[in-house]
Design a protein. Structure first.
Length: 237
């Protein structure tokens, strides 16, 4: 028994030495957006900066101070694969009843989920455009400010991409909005046959719902923890 314990201790010491010498795996990246802790699934994401603004709400003169954090994911050749902007309220203190007039209407070519069902005191709106880069200039018409911001910072995506927009707001004045431009290759399965082709959009929809759920949950977290879900596909080489 004494010899066995000696061997186990020696093995444990050797393992500890090897662990100390081995490189530690890259962990998640974390940035702040107002009261929200944006935790990304890998350290490959980079910070593009933040900016503040104020959202006017009802009844006047209600105002909600917001902060936006922008991050980008680059590929093996430094190309932009994804850009995400998370906008969140900055204070956690309760406030007077807030009314919201933002609509979540259905639109051709968009996958829309209005979980708030048009409520005047709550917003829970997910809008997803799988082919957002198309020639109908959807992004320029629907989100001109986002397009201009991305282009000014040299963070435009060169490959076909999808766009996610999710907004969640409560009667107590909590607010979070996520905009994400994502390279289509990160959101789809390789099409090898007809069934694969028919299921190609399912991973994108599943990811967008996971993103919306994570943002919704973060509002109720004491520290605003927002765990951004990983993309369904691996990074292109």
């Amino acid at each position: 028994m004494r010899h066995l314990l000696s061997r186990l201790l020696a093995a444990a010491l050797a393992l500890a030495v090897l662990s100390a010498c081995a490189p530690m795996p890259a962990g998640p990246a974390e940035f702040s957006a107002g009261r929200t802790r944006v935790v990304l699934p890998s350290s490959a994401w980079e910070d593009l900066g933040s900016f503040d603004e104020t959202l006017l709400a009802l009844p006047p003169p209600a105002q909600v101070p917001l902060q936006t954090r922008a991050v980008a994911l680059r590929g093996a050749h430094n190309e932009v694969l994804a850009v995400m902007l998370v906008q969140s309220h900055q204070r956690s203190d309760p406030r007077d009843r807030t009314l919201w007039t933002a609509s979540c209407s259905q639109e051709q070519g968009l996958w829309v989920q209005d979980a708030a069902a048009g409520s005047p005191v709550r917003v829970d709106c997910l809008r997803f455009k799988r082919w957002a880069h198309t020639s109908d200039r959807f992004m320029e018409k629907a989100h001109p400010g986002l397009v201009r911001w991305v282009n000014e910072r040299g963070a435009a995506l060169a490959q076909p991409y999808s766009h996610l927009n999710y907004r969640y707001a409560t009667e107590g004045g909590a607010y979070i909005e996520v905009n994400a431009l994502v390279d289509l290759r990160l959101l789809k399965l390789p099409a090898g046959n007809t069934p694969d082709y028919l299921r190609a959009g399912m991973p994108a929809e599943a990811w967008s719902q996971q993103m919306a759920r994570a943002a919704r949950v973060s509002v109720g977290m004491m520290d605003g923890f927002l765990a951004v879900p990983p993309f369904p596909a691996a990074l292109p080489q």
